[in-house]
Ligand binder design. Structure first.
Ligand code: SAH
Length: 375
């Protein structure tokens, strides 16, 4: 970082990236994404609370309390399936504003003994969001703490959630050139060095290449996305659930079957912008490949459930009945509740794009709303 740039937070990430490119050459897409989201001073998540109606994007728990409530009941069911352990970690990866956890805990109180067993543990990269989570959960009535990572969660029985967490783990992109897979990288724009541009980088070594089986023989020009973070999550869960009983459930957007294509997207103030434009000022995500996630999990030794579409999953757990009960209690809000129900479940909105997948050790009961992975 040089000169006046160092003092301008909006320029800090771009200046850092330019310096790294000058020193090391083009950077993998995953490195660009990591810096843009998590630079400790100017990264998108590091500096602000981007979630909510007036902010950059809206997530399912912010649409309606019903989402977290149903997941709370799901958690209570798997807790019973684990033998109702007297002490149980309830963890959330990337809890955002803490809304889903708060709604889950309220619903959890319906099941005797469950809330009393819980120790809540949050894994959050953003200091700004940690503060929001602390405020949201101040009166949750159960102990709430933070852990540095999934691997650092305390030992013991655990139920672990992640909603729109996997999509922000840095993604690598591979492009097929002359029959080989090359790393897609970011460099300076050839006509304007204040901007960034995609370039094709080095060939990816075989032992570092996790191309979905069905894309392996693709023609030149094909782009495949690799998600090293998914494998790390699967391995951490497998290690945990081999020692203590537990379930993990993830909800995110992406296909059930691996598909080729560039899905890197950046959203600023509810608008799509170019992913390389003004790093740090927009949320960058890429869809989750649920087939690869399931394969990583199976390879690590986990039992896999789903994927189910979010709409079908929530409907199976009883979101229709819950919406009916809320509307009956507050008739003046019935239109709003019907609208929220549609946003979460309709195929035109989040209902089919978002998928649900869960994991446990083998030989545990199949969790509610999901079927064993068929692949
Ligand atoms: N689950 C919330 C927030 C989704 S946004 C909701 O549904 O509203 C993604 C969240 O994951 C944010 O809280 C972000 O700061 C966090 N996050 C992303 N990558 C992370 C990482 N590697 N470690 C910890 N938290 C992370």
């Amino acid at each position: 970082m040089t000169g006046a740039d160092a003092f301008n937070p909006a320029e800090r990430i771009a200046a850092n990236l330019r310096a790294r490119i000058a020193a090391q050459g083009p950077l993998p897409v995953s490195v660009f994404m990591m810096e843009a989201l998590f630079d400790p001073m100017a990264g998108f998540y590091a500096t602000r609370d981007p979630i909510g109606a007036g902010a950059d994007f809206v997530t399912a728990p912010e649409i309606s309390q019903m989402f977290g409530e149903l997941l709370g009941l799901w958690a209570a069911q798997v807790w019973q399936d684990m033998g109702s352990p007297q002490s149980c970690v309830l963890a959330e990866l990337g809890p955002g504003k803490g809304t889903m956890m708060s709604d889950m805990l309220r619903a959890a109180r319906a099941v005797p003994g469950f809330a009393d067993a819980l120790k809540v543990s949050l894994v959050e990269a953003s200091a700004a969001l940690k503060m929001v989570q602390g405020r949201t959960l101040a009166r949750a009535g159960v102990p709430v703490g933070w852990a540095k990572s999934l691997e650092a969660l305390r030992a013991g029985p655990a139920i672990i959630f992640g909603n729109e967490f996997l999509d922000c783990l840095p993604v690598r992109q591979a492009v097929r050139v002359d029959g080989q897979w090359c790393e897609r990288c970011v460099s300076l724009h050839p006509e304007d060095e204040s901007r960034f541009a995609f370039v094709t980088g080095p060939v990816i070594a075989d032992d570092d290449l996790f191309i979905p089986d069905r894309l392996r023989g693709s023609p030149d020009g094909t782009l495949a996305e690799l998600r090293p973070g998914d494998m790390q999550v699967a391995e951490a869960l497998a290690a945990r659930f081999a020692a203590d009983p537990g379930y993990a459930l993830f909800i995110d957007y992406g296909p059930a079957i691996s598909e080729p294509g560039d899905t890197l997207q950046a959203i600023r103030a509810h608008r799509k912008v170019h992913p390389l434009d003004a790093p740090g000022s927009a949320d960058i995500t890429a869809r989750v490949d649920f087939e690869m996630l399931a394969r990583h999990a199976k390879a690590a030794g986990l039992a896999v459930y789903g994927p189910a579409e979010q709409g079908a999953f929530l409907t199976g757990l009883g979101i229709g009945q819950r919406a009916g009960a809320l509307a009956a209690a507050q008739p003046e809000h019935s239109e709003v509740i019907a609208r929220q129900l549609a946003r979460l479940t309709s195929p035109d909105e989040m209902g089919t794009l978002f998928k649900v997948m869960a994991f446990s050790a083998p030989d545990m009961p199949v969790p509610p709303g999901l079927a064993p992975f068929a692949g």
